[in-house]
Design a protein around this ligand. Structure first.
Ligand code: MN
Length: 324
């Protein structure tokens, strides 16, 4: 798994032991992420929004798509061709493989092997998110996530902005006993800060747990908290709720998160890979339709009009192929 790692986790800064009397967050809602097709027809697993975990449970997060892991055959890889966004942020974290990105402001680049692109769509932007020509031609492994983070009303009209968070800028720490690796992409964990800058308090962490390891991390009480298992299996919370690849949980109230990796091999590798998501709820009314997330239905109608009138930008001329 090429997401950034470290040759000796024991040399990394460690998370401290939990404070005495720390309240362990229980699993409040558990979901096996349904599979669906996105964009031009690539399969994703979406733990939320779902019947089990709605906008209110996930606030300030709106959506999580687990892309792969998939071993594409030649000619099979697909992406999401030109489309708009307004009113929130898209966070694309690629663990294996490459995604190519272009936008209506002339920006673009590759997101690969542990990189994160944090895009504030704000007032509106058009972009496309595609596998590289090489990946389409040769096929290969592809694995990543896309997370949508909501913006408060006052920031829905902020100009679009990118943060390219290269894999080598991700903050690496290890668990108390050095047997789990934590990649802090954004926000803060036990005083360690990730490179991503967020508009409201948000923490995004990708954890790798060795078989049999125990991970306990302090977590702000006021955060809504979601856990998603990218691969492998283990138990979550002191109640030992079994979770495996493709399952998500909304956690209840507490100060710490507890995860214990299975001692048996349960996935493509020996490790348990987990996404830890936390954020202060922003309590916004949500009007959501397709690529737009606003506060009211009228603002959604306006977004469609603005998109059709070209007020969110236009597809660059060299990318426009009439008739296909
Ligand atoms: Mn998009």
């Amino acid at each position: 798994m090429p997401a950034v790692t470290h040759p000796n986790w024991l040399q990394l800064p460690r998370i401290g032991p939990p404070i005495p009397q720390a309240i362990d967050r229980p699993v409040e809602r558990l979901v096996t992420a349904p599979s669906l097709l996105e964009g031009a027809g690539f399969p994703v697993r979406r733990p939320f929004p779902s019947r089990e975990i709605g906008f209110r449970n996930a606030d300030p997060f709106l959506l999580l798509d687990h892309l792969g892991a998939v071993e594409y055959a030649p000619g099979e890889a697909k992406g999401a061709p030109w489309h708009p966004h307004r009113g929130f942020e898209t966070v694309t974290y690629i663990i294996d493989g490459v995604m190519q990105h272009r936008d209506s402001q002339g920006g673009g680049g590759l997101i690969t092997n542990g990189d994160t692109q944090w895009m504030t769509a704000g007032s509106g932007i058009l972009h496309d998110e595609l596998p590289t020509e090489e990946l389409v031609r040769t096929g290969g492994l592809f694995h990543g996530i896309q997370l949508w983070v909501n913006l408060p009303r006052r920031l829905k009209w902020t100009p679009p902005r990118y943060q390219s968070l290269a894999s080598h800028h991700v903050t690496l720490v290890s668990s108390e006993h050095g047997d789990a690796l934590l990649r802090i992409i954004a926000g803060e964990l036990d005083g360690h800060k990730g490179p991503g800058v967020t508009w409201t308090p948000v923490t995004v962490v990708h954890a790798t747990l060795n078989p049999g390891s125990l991970l306990q991390v302090p977590w702000p009480q006021h955060f809504n908290t979601l856990i998603y298992v990218l691969s492998g299996a283990g138990t979550v919370s002191s109640a030992g709720v079994l979770m495996h690849e493709g399952q998500g949980a909304q956690m209840g109230f507490g100060d710490i998160i507890t995860i214990a990796a299975s001692t048996e091999r349960t996935g493509p590798s020996d490790t348990m890979e987990v996404l830890l998501l936390g954020g202060r709820p922003i309590g916004e009314p949500i009007a959501s339709y397709g690529p737009f997330v606003m506060n009211t239905h009228a603002e959604i109608v306006q977004a469609f009009n603005d998109y059709q009138e070209g007020r969110m930008g236009n597809i660059p001329a060299q990318e426009f192929h009439p008739g296909g």
